[in-house]
Design a protein around this ligand. Structure first.
Ligand code: G3H
Ligand code: ZN
Length: 281
């Protein structure tokens, strides 16, 4: 069934466990995520980023309604989350298309502008019945991020994080603790002591972005230290694209997209199943 993000995150937080959130760009991603979650027997969050919406010509509804439909007929709980939103207009379309939560990303704004924009987004989200996540301390590696965000030393300060949550009223906070977006190898080391200090200082669930670059054992340690929502995107693209490339290399004359997108979708499902199983261990 389609369930609210707040239920999945709330249950994970109460049990000191986690919920994984996977990014969907295409219909095959969304189908693979739901199918992998069913095989693992675990609930899941399907998230669609503003970048993915841009890829679909700025249209949110086609992929979102497909994902919501997959969620409704799923054997496990599936929530829909709108990820890394900078455009307030897009934020305002969320509730009508099946999303129960949004991540508002004001990370590129100066501190006071970030506070004001995020507080306004949180007020609006709560009036619309949406759960809202924000980010503090740049998680580097996004295509348009400032150069400094790639620096290894970018970290979220616990006192600043607590102040930010108090002033903005957000329901969850993404923090910079050593992960970086778009890593195709799982070699990131996280600052587990900092995660524990953030957990202590911040009264809302913590979110780890850039989790594709983090090994299983590091992810589990991060959850033990206090991370609740684990965002994974790139790992699915790696599985999908490697599979397409392998199939087409084997059969260069192939033209039916079902013959390469089908196996690619299966590969996404297997990656989701494996990650959910690893996180549950
Ligand atoms: O918001 C999405 C996640 O931060 C995805 O990061 O693509 O590096 O796994 P990733
Ligand atoms: Zn992210």
């Amino acid at each position: 069934p389609l369930v609210p993000t707040t239920d999945l995150v709330g249950r994970a937080a109460a049990g000191r466990g986690c919920v994984a959130a996977f990014n969907a760009i295409t219909l095959e991603h969304a189908e693979g995520i739901v199918s992998g979650a069913e095989t693992a027997g675990r609930p899941v969050i399907v998230q669609i980023s503003e970048n993915a919406v841009r890829y679909h010509g700025g249209r949110l509804a086609p992929l979102a309604l497909a994902a919501a439909s997959l969620a409704r007929t799923s054997a496990v709980g599936v929530a829909l989350h709108l990820d890394h939103v900078t455009d307030v207009g897009l934020l305002h379309q969320a509730a009508a298309t099946g999303f129960s939560s949004v991540m508002f990303d004001a990370g590129a704004l100066p501190w006071t502008d970030n506070l004001a924009a995020t507080a306004a987004a949180a007020r609006w989200a709560h009036e619309a019945g949406l759960w809202i996540e924000a980010e503090l301390g740049y998680v580097g590696g996004k295509p348009d991020s400032p150069a400094s965000a790639h620096a290894d030393g970018v970290r979220t300060d616990p006192a600043e994080a607590a102040d930010y949550v108090a002033r903005t009223g957000v329901d969850a906070l993404a923090v910079a603790v050593g992960s970086s977006h778009a890593m195709t190898r799982r070699s990131a080391h996280l600052d587990h002591t900092l995660i524990a200090r953030l957990r202590e200082a911040v009264p809302v669930p913590l979110v780890l972005h850039g989790s594709s670059g983090v090994p299983d054992a590091e992810l589990r340690a991060a959850v033990r230290a206090g991370m609740t929502k684990i965002n994974i995107g790139t790992a699915l693209n790696v599985s999908l694209t490697h599979t397409v490339r392998d199939v087409l290399r084997e059969e260069p004359a192939l033209t039916d997209p079902r013959r390469y997108l089908g196996p690619a979708r299966d590969a996404v499902a297997a990656t989701v199943r494996d990650l959910l199983t690893a996180l549950a261990a």
